[in-house]
Design a binder for this molecule. Structure first.
Ligand code: PLP
Ligand code: COI
Length: 354
């Protein structure tokens, strides 16, 4: 049966899979809820979003997504507080970034009201899927791809925007070790590194596979030109603590402007932690590891939250980072998750009630 909520048509699934899900042992991003949001761009305009039962898509083999990779996505989470109320974290920033990515990939921008109203209606329908177990949340994957057809190497005339939801546990299982990259590059000046384009991730898979074979979970990318400066990791921005100063690279056209990164910077400042947004040399990090002034390395991102890094490899040598009593990562993770899960006041106005 089809109903209308906020002008969004909802076709409900005749049954639910929720009873078969073990909410105490959730993997990351591999169990999907009963419904998804679909919105089609046809004849130069977006149709109104629709909510449908989660199902396979039917696509023409000539769809340009398959040939030219016009595909972008976002990553967000919904959190449930102790009273059962659902919350999002800075969702308008994800919408803004989706459109930055769309514009770089010659794709149409999605109207803000379709994103916000569609997402809210979908989450209200799927509220029971938001986990309440510590460290878990409902991962939200909005994405857009070229569904228009043709082998001509030019932008498609038709696009599909979807939102799928996945109740998820932590992104990393266990300790995170990273490899600082010396040869491959994730992005280049003038390229698409700042866009959340699917191809940016595909381009990382081979070098990351090599790193995983050596026992690391992620690659820390360095600048494509000199490989002298730390940029970001495969799925998160990177923070470096030298003595009591917290450093992170400035964003540029090779680095994703992470919403967690900018929130962590604001929280650190509010906590009285000295922060510096500046280029960070790999040699500075290696020297600091050798002389004991490198206190912490951690990643920040929606999926990764705040992930302490236990060690890094560089030029064939491994450097370990022992756990700290007074860890900035631990403190900042608590600050941000307390706000996300509505455990404390939100002086920044970041929380969004679903
Ligand atoms: N950098 C990359 C390459 C990412 O995939 C992500 C994840 O979205 C981030 C950084 C962190 O961004 P955000 O904090 O907005 O999730
Ligand atoms: C996220 O943190 O939401 C991301 O999009 C990273 C992804 C590679 C899981």
């Amino acid at each position: 049966m089809e109903t209308l909520v906020n002008n969004i048509s909802i076709e409900k699934s005749s049954s639910s899979k929720i009873g078969s899900v073990d909410f105490d042992n959730l993997p990351f991003g591999s169990i999907y809820t009963d419904h998804m949001l679909v919105c089609e761009y046809v004849d130069g305009d977006w149709e109104r979003p629709k909510i449908k039962p989660y199902a396979n898509l039917s696509l023409d083999p000539a769809s340009k997504i398959f040939h030219y990779g016009q595909s972008i996505f976002e990553g967000m989470k919904a959190y449930k507080d102790e009273d059962g109320q659902a919350w999002l974290f800075r969702p308008e920033d994800n919408h803004a970034r989706l459109n930055i990515s769309a514009s770089r990939m010659a794709m149409p921008e999605l109207p803000k009201e379709y994103f916000m109203e569609g997402l809210t209606a979908l989450l209200q329908l799927e509220k029971d899927w938001i986990p309440t177990t510590e460290g878990s949340s409902l991962y939200i994957r909005p994405f857009m791809f070229a569904s228009g057809v043709g082998f001509h190497a030019s932008p498609a005339d038709r696009y599909t925007f979807l939102i799928c939801l996945a109740p998820s546990g932590p992104y990393f299982g266990g300790k995170v070790k990273v490899l600082i990259e010396e040869k491959f590059a994730r992005a280049a000046n003038g390229g698409v590194g700042y866009a959340k384009a699917g191809g940016n991730y595909a381009a990382q898979f081979y070098p990351t596979k090599l790193a995983v074979e050596k026992g690391y979970q992620q690659v820390i990318w360095t600048d494509d030109n000199t490989h002298e400066f730390i940029e970001e990791a495969g799925a998160m921005n990177i923070f470096v603590r030298i003595n009591d100063t917290l450093l992170t690279a400035p964003t540029n056209d090779r680095i994703l402007d992470g919403i967690t990164r900018k929130s962590i910077l604001e929280l650190a400042k509010a906590e009285g932690i000295q922060t510096e947004v500046r280029k960070v040399k790999v040699s500075e990090v290696v020297d600091a590891a050798q002389n004991g002034s490198l206190k912490e390395l951690f990643g920040a991102g929606t999926a990764a939250v705040v992930s302490p890094i236990a060690g890094f490899g560089y030029q064939g040598k491994d450097y370990e980072l022992p756990e700290l009593e007074n860890s900035f990562a631990k403190r900042l993770k608590k600050r941000i998750t307390d706000i996300q899960y509505n455990k404390v006041e939100d002086p920044f106005g970041w929380r969004f009630k679903v």
